[in-house]
Design a protein around this ligand. Structure first.
Ligand SMILES: [Zn+2]
Length: 126
């Protein structure tokens, strides 16, 4: 009887009460809920921006290639990017920041660069 009482007292002094734990877990959960979407949004924005820069770079290199050779590189997008790199119009083959792939399509002499994650960027600007 005496031993049980002493154990209970010691637990109360050394550890956390259930209420304290519940409050702590609740605070952490609220912070995570507030912070996580914000961080995800920032990450997506950064990837989208990086993708847009890559697409601009590919478009500029394609235009330059066209001025030099009077046609666009042939083959798949990967082969076309390699052609641009071999022609020293891009320093390295750009990696899609979200793990997607770039697509280069040519219709009626107009070349379009897009990616299978973000589509064509910039979206609404001319
Ligand atoms: Zn992309």
């Amino acid at each position: 009887m005496k031993g049980v009482q002493r154990a209970a007292t010691r637990t109360g002094e050394a550890g956390f009460t259930l209420m304290e734990l519940v409050v702590a877990v609740f605070i952490v959960a609220v912070m995570a809920a507030v912070v996580t979407p914000h961080l995800l949004g920032i990450g997506q924005n950064a990837e989208s921006n990086a993708c847009e820069q890559n697409q601009r770079m590919i478009r500029a290199a394609l235009s330059e290639y066209y001025l030099i050779y009077h046609n666009y590189p042939q083959g798949t997008a990967d082969e076309q990017l390699k052609t641009l790199k071999d022609a020293k119009l891009i320093e390295s083959i750009p990696e899609e920041p979200s793990g997607g792939h770039y697509q280069i399509t040519e219709t009626d002499g107009e070349v379009e660069v897009s990616c299978d994650v973000h589509g064509e960027l910039p979206k609404s600007k001319s």
